[in-house]
Ligand binder design. Structure first.
Ligand SMILES: [Zn+2]
Length: 316
């Protein structure tokens, strides 16, 4: 089920929680408002009906029991704002509806102090209070706040969108490189930002990718003994095993996608992808197998050895 479907299900079954985080690239505010409108609709049948007193008040933007807040001119949601318009207001019972909805747009711009103040209300919400937090990047919300909320992801950020947001925090970084971090982080901008933190003359992720490309490009043409030597050389990344496998998976994913005529993520190494594109999609599965082996606590070296022997077509 998508986030929106799960929400719809909850609304229809009357199992609405007190606090939600809507996160994703866009449409979070729309979804939050639709949820509030549905919840407050006075019609017994299909909700939201669009014609009852509540729906009409909602559409006019003047529903007395809906409070919408967002960032101020400093582009943050301050502690004072949350204290005055949410926490203090939540003590006042609804005017006409059974619920009172608080919609916080760009809730990821709440300062940590604001989040801590909101947290107390989320921990002990009034029985009629519904708190709908909209966020592009839910990673910016405190774990304590997130743990109090049902999380609805609208759609994960696309690699392009995530790369664009990363560019706002790392101006000057070439787009191809930003796309690499965005693809590795699966749309999480904070994760992409952390991955793009330089460690020495290049980031750890780029250093690992260089090593992956240097060791895998010709792997089908070397002996099994040579493959085992190369596998051993990957031990320096033992503590970053997940990242290493993510980078390998991304490499083979791009090769397979390029071959199929789709959109590659790592546009910064397009030439290399073009040269290697004939390598089959099986390699993606071999990397996934290795990931599963690591989760099952098989040792790092053995996992990498088996993986590389498969990539080199020495075993199947
Ligand atoms: Zn209605």
């Amino acid at each position: 089920m998508t986030g929106a479907e799960r929400l719809d299900h909850a609304l229809k079954n009357g199992r609405f929680s007190h606090a939600y985080v809507f996160s994703g690239s866009e449409g979070t505010g729309t979804l939050a408002r639709l949820a509030a409108k549905t919840l407050m609709c006075l019609n017994d049948g299909e909700k939201p009906c669009g014609v009852c007193r509540s729906c009409r008040a909602f559409e006019s933007g003047n529903h007395p029991d809906v409070v919408s807040i967002g960032p101020d001119k400093k582009k943050s949601v301050s502690a004072d704002h949350i204290r005055a318009d949410v926490v203090a207001d939540a003590y006042i019972r609804p005017y006409s509806a059974a619920y009172k909805a608080y919609i916080i747009d760009q809730a990821d711009l709440m300062t940590p102090a604001a989040q801590n103040i909101l947290l107390k209300t989320l921990e002990e919400p009034p029985p009629y209070g519904i708190f709908l937090l909209c966020a592009v990047n839910e990673d910016l919300l405190l774990p304590t706040v997130l743990s109090r909320c049902v999380r609805i992801r609208t759609s994960p950020l696309s690699v392009g969108e995530s790369a664009r947001l990363l560019g706002e925090r790392r101006p000057g970084m070439p787009e191809g490189e930003r796309r690499f971090y965005a693809a590795l982080s699966g749309g999480g901008v904070q994760r992409a930002y952390e991955l793009s933190e330089p460690a020495g003359d290049k980031t750890r992720a780029l250093a690992i990718r260089d090593k992956v490309l240097n060791n895998l490009e010709d792997i089908e043409n070397i002996s099994a003994a040579e493959i085992l030597l190369r596998a051993k050389a990957f031990e320096e990344y033992k503590d970053d095993a997940r990242l290493l496998l993510d980078i390998m998976a991304l490499w083979y994913r791009d090769l397979a996608v390029y071959e199929a005529g789709g959109e590659i993520f790592q546009t910064d190494i397009k030439e290399k992808i073009l040269q290697n594109a004939a390598k089959g999609i099986n390699n993606v599965f071999y990397v996934e197998e290795a990931r599963a082996r690591l989760s099952a606590n098989t040792g790092f070296l053995l996992t990498i050895e088996v993986l590389m022997l498969k990539l080199g077509r020495k075993i199947i």
